[in-house]
Design a binder for this molecule. Structure first.
Ligand SMILES: [Zn+2]
Ligand SMILES: [Zn+2]
Length: 137
């Protein structure tokens, strides 16, 4: 016959663990989302008995969303009238500070690079100075 003596030790741990789980629930934590620090559980329980006050067991939280790195490109401000994000050459309008594709504003990259203060077609109407009348809109 086999006597599995070590099982008793485990069940003892289990008792502590179930108290820890119950404590977690009492403290509004989901026991399935915390990992108790096994080595500190017994000491903690003893301390609780001593203080006659049960407190949340030492634990770490399991993290679910940790693995999604924040993509920097998502922080980009509004781009152009076509709503396409950062592709190809873009310029920042001097009037509204929005980035545009020159093509979407009836301009070319060369025109933008030549002009010291490029505007979008909207601001272009408001600032009709030395800009060729390419914007019919
Ligand atoms: Zn565009
Ligand atoms: Zn503008």
């Amino acid at each position: 016959m086999f006597m599995q003596t070590d099982k008793q030790e485990n069940s003892n741990d289990c008792g502590v663990h179930s108290i820890a789980n119950a404590t977690a629930l009492a403290f509004g934590e989901d026991p399935s989302e915390v990992t108790f620090l096994k080595s500190e559980m017994r000491a903690h329980l003893l301390k609780c008995f001593k203080n006659k006050r049960i407190q949340m067991f030492p634990h770490t939280k399991k993290r679910r969303t940790e693995e999604s790195p924040i993509q920097k490109s998502e922080r980009v401000t509004i781009h152009c009238t076509c709503r396409m994000q950062a592709s190809g050459f873009q310029y920042q309008c001097e009037g509204c500070s929005i980035w545009f594709h020159p093509e979407c504003q009836g301009k070319t990259e060369r025109m933008i690079k030549k002009s010291k203060k490029p505007y979008c077609s909207k601001c272009n109407i408001r600032n009709t100075q030395h800009i060729p009348n390419l914007a019919f809109m």
